[in-house]
Design a protein around this ligand. Sequence first.
Ligand code: GLU
Length: 480
Amino acid sequence: MTKPVRVRFAPSPTGNLHIGNARTAILNWIFARHAKGTSVLRIEDTDLERSTKESEQSILQDLRWLGLDWDEGPEVGGDFGPYRQSERLERYLYLTNKLLTEGKAFHCYCEPDELEKARQEAIKSGKQPVYNGRCRNLTAEQRRELEQQGKKPVIRLRFPDHAFTFQDLVKGEVTFPAGDLGDFVIVRADGIPTYNYAVVIDDVDMQITHVVRGDDHVANTPKQLAVYEALGFEKPVFAHIPMILGEDKTRLSKRHGATSVDQYAQDGFLPQALVNYLSLLSWSSETGDEILSLQRLIEEFDFGRVSRSPAVFDPVKLRWMNGMYIRSIDISRLTDLCVPFLHKADYVLPENRELLEKIVAGVQEKMEVLQDVVAATRVFFADELELENEELSAVLKKESTQKVLWSFVRQCQTFQLMTGDNFRKTVKVIGKETGVIGRDLWMPLRIALTGQEHGPDLPLIAEIFGKEKCVAQIKKWIIE
Ligand code: GLU
């Protein structure tokens, strides 16, 4: 019987959640749900200098924002914890002592400069620059002497002299020949285990069946396989996902624009769109469809369809996809999502929720990201509306326009409140009174009121402006 699937996402809390790591988290999560398995979140905080609680919190928050929950891990618990490496030191120590007793690991007292010298010599004589094995066979007496000199040892794993091969779900068979790697450090001089060591113990203790991660970790895998072997542990299935590159085919970095999930949230991307886009960066649906609901992503996910070549991050396509999602959500929800952006722009919003929703509905088509709502609705809220271009002033000076503007001001005296309906009725009356019709009637009014030839529904703009602002705006263009 096959074991139930258990996967893990294992971020190091040394910064924000990067787009590349988010993609790894997404694929793990989708695969876990697809296989009706368990997703584990583990915090890899053995880099004590660079790990922070704030970063851990922001990563958890970003994962939740993306809609990725975890079945086991910090804040939710589980039977295989603790789920932070800094809380698992005793466990690592126990296994390190076992390895030392069995002679599979040893203390090494070499100083960094000695190691560097040995490395240079190896390179010079055309050998692999790996650890030269100087401390491999120290006697207890030699060790005591070195420790009396105050030297603090690291612990190295005795690296076996054979090739390592594993089957990768994405890359197929991967082999590392013997002799390419030396005895590597598993515990630093301060007693803290290194990543390649702790990760194996955690994956085994947490009964992880599939290690799904970025292929920058392929090079680490032989070291980890050596740890599995030394500890007599069964290894999991590996799936290494190709990197995400920028458009210039170099690794995605800040040079290519926003790289943290948090930045995308602030710019007004929707989590569903980001999840959809990032998931399809390395994998495609058999149908070729690109807008896929979470449900479909889960149903259709297949490691067999994960590409072997790196994915290129295309910000234009992401914006397009986000726009598709924006158009698919209902107005009430979209309005809720837009309000923080409008507040940030210091717009004074109408208290009438229905009007606000009408405004948002009027610009929904124009938005690719939520932030776009600010520019798209500027005409409703800005105090100063300049003419979009100087040529428009010629339209305003035309004789027929002047008649329309005069008539507008007069008609406004006949009612109290500027509603969309009143505006429409007024325009009709103006048409009758002046004989100006169609575009010659509507366009000058739009230009006089908003400074632009195009824009959202004019009666709605007039209603939001209110009578006083409408009249003032029109009077600005009347030539006495
Ligand atoms: N903490 C590692 C990282 O953030 C995790 C690597 C792994 O998944 O094994 O890259």
